[in-house]
Ligand binder design. Structure first.
Ligand SMILES: [Zn+2]
Length: 294
């Protein structure tokens, strides 16, 4: 979008964001826009979904977000990582120092605090045996590197005998079978696969209706989703129990009380196990649990 377009669409953009805000707030605080697969009693999960094109006015059909989620003596730190948008991150900087110290114990700490990668896409649920009420509905789907790699493999196949498929396309795309196995307590998505390409539906009008229900993905990486370097550093110090740096505060009342409030809220969160076969789903299952606890 050009700058002139930005100016021209200023009001429309604002109205769009207002609608997104309404969509994203729900009565119990959990984000009911998000779809999650669920396991059956045998520890397997199965569902069929279709990845959808980028919403109107946006160009990329996924959002890529890094975040940090770890616990220190002062509670949990759960924040988006500013490197998502190419900005500096105090936690990543601290991790680099720890990693470079050469001590294995420091490396372990850095691993625990490292940024985790998540993707978000709009999906249409074709089959969800565990929760049939989700069928024929549009959701956001949060996924990790493993599923993203399967998308890339379909779009940019390694071998000449395979035809690239834009899996986000209504007409030329392909349904995705999610197959989850529990292996050693970890969710494993290896068996998930795209099926042969086909139109999602035969009726363009119906597909347009689906497209109109898609959620903004750019909203996930908007500036409002990220703390400033200073605020994130302050939060990190609270969580790690570090003595606050003695910066000169001219007026004590101007100190931001938010980190303390966050500390209390998040200190109440307890997470007994963070198990997953890929790091991204640590965050995935963790946030799923958080949503349930809220
Ligand atoms: Zn970071």
């Amino acid at each position: 979008m050009s700058f002139a377009d930005l100016k021209r669409k200023s009001q429309a953009n604002f109205e769009f964001l207002q609608k997104e805000l309404e969509k994203s707030s729900s009565s119990n605080g959990a984000d009911d826009r998000l779809w999650k697969p669920e396991l059956d009693a045998s520890g397997n999960g199965y569902a069929v979904i279709r990845f959808l094109p980028a919403p109107e006015g946006e160009t990329v059909p996924w959002a890529k977000v890094y975040n940090h989620a770890f616990k220190g003596p002062g509670g949990w730190l759960i924040d988006n990582c500013p490197t998502t948008n190419g900005s500096k991150c105090p936690i990543c900087a601290s991790n680099t120092r720890l990693w470079n110290s050469g001590h294995e114990s420091d490396k372990a700490i850095a691993r625990d605090r490292k940024r985790k990668l998540s993707y978000y896409s709009n999906i249409y649920v074709i089959g969800d045996p565990k929760n049939p009420e989700n069928q024929d509905r549009v959701f956001l789907f949060k996924y990790g590197k493993k599923i993203h790699d399967k998308i890339i493999a379909a779009m940019q196949p390694e071998f000449q005998d395979e035809t690239p498929v834009n899996v986000f396309d209504f007409w030329e795309g392909a349904n995705f079978k999610i197959k989850i196995k529990t292996i050693g307590g970890y969710w494993n998505y290896d068996a998930s696969e795209f099926v042969s390409p086909s139109a999602l539906l035969s009726d363009d009008d119906e597909m347009e209706k689906i497209w109109k229900q898609t959620y903004s993905l750019e909203a996930f990486t908007s500036a409002s989703e990220f703390k400033s370097y200073e605020d994130l550093e302050a939060r990190m110090n609270v969580v790690l129990g570090n003595t606050p740096q003695s910066h000169q505060v001219q007026n004590e009342e101007e100190e931001d009380p938010v980190p303390v409030v966050n500390f209390r809220e998040r200190n109440e969160v307890s997470v007994s196990s963070l198990k997953s076969d890929d790091e991204d789903n640590d965050a995935l299952s963790y946030f799923a649990r958080l949503a349930e606890e809220d």
